[in-house]
Design a protein around this ligand. Sequence first.
Ligand SMILES: *Cc1c(COP(=O)(O)O)cnc(C)c1O
Length: 379
Amino acid sequence: MYNYRLLAPGPTPVPDEARLAMARPALHHREPEFKPIFAACRQGLRYVFQTQRDVLILAASGTGAMEAAVTNFLRRGDRALYVNGGKFGERWGKILAAYGCDPVEVKVEWGRAVDPEEIRRALDADPAIRAVYVQASETSTAVRHPVEEIARITRDRDVLLVVDGITAVGVFPLPMDEWGIDVVVTGSQKALMLPPGLAFIAWSEKADRFLETSDLPRYYFDLKGERKKQADDQTAYTPAVSLIVGLKEVLDRIRAETLEGVHGRTALMARATREAVKALGLELFAPDSPSDACTAVKVPEGVDGQALKKALRERFSMTVAGGQDQAKGKIIRISHMGHVDPLDVVGALAALELALKELGHPVALGTGVAKALSILGEA
Ligand SMILES: *Cc1c(COP(=O)(O)O)cnc(C)c1O
């Protein structure tokens, strides 16, 4: 039997020390053993979020933090711009609408990044817009949006910049304090190498003002109440204790490698994959502004995308993601996040070559692998 290779852009593989820590008997969150673990997590999260501000830990998948990033900062009827270039951008629009805000869509072709000038123009034209919602990395299309440039536009206005960093935090630099991003959210099952179930949110001083005037309905994700509790290393409700025990392990791991080290390793693997794919004569779905979180490869003409995914799973125990909606059956997405190393990249490319060949696509075996090795060997 082959080793299981989880290379979908979330959930991602969990390192042994985190799995073992989570397998220990459950702690009670009001007992003294828990507090220092929680405190260490809060400290480690500041490092990973590149912020001096508090990072709150919520029991939810990433979307819970996205929802909190709407309900805690806006008012009923507030106009908010959102970048829709994929499934997750679309989700901002749905959450905004669900809570009675007035979402204004910036539509972006799938596979492309938003042009920051479009955001500047929209803000110039409509002073009623109070916030901009965007993904740093749009996982459904493997695109990286230019958040630093967008922050330059929003920073000196009375406009909140809210960034879904779910496949960016721990993937590439997203220094929220330095760039002037107002809200950043992420989740546990992507670059943070944990099972799903934790969401995280941090916000700026500017966002504090929005927090004060927000009047949207909320109960579970009440960030003001939660912040008060977490400042004392407690949570308002029962925390996901076992996941937090695992979180301490992965945060220690990131600190040991350093955040720069993690970013560098991820970038190298992403570049090796992209170049290998091109060497194989395949096309990238997002050639101009690729995210290092995952690589979206166009399934070549004559090959069925579902069959390719199935072949990778059945022949090599490898899970990659397909495409969603308009990209369904047309792309596969290979993750580079978290507990993945350069030899995983080589293995994924080898499996891709073999599977394509098996499905009748002409492949000179080793072409992609050789290209990847040449890039990995330079580093
Ligand atoms: C995974 C992901 C999410 C959150 O999804 P959940 O299933 O709620 O964890 C949101 N945004 C992006 C960009 C993602 O990759």
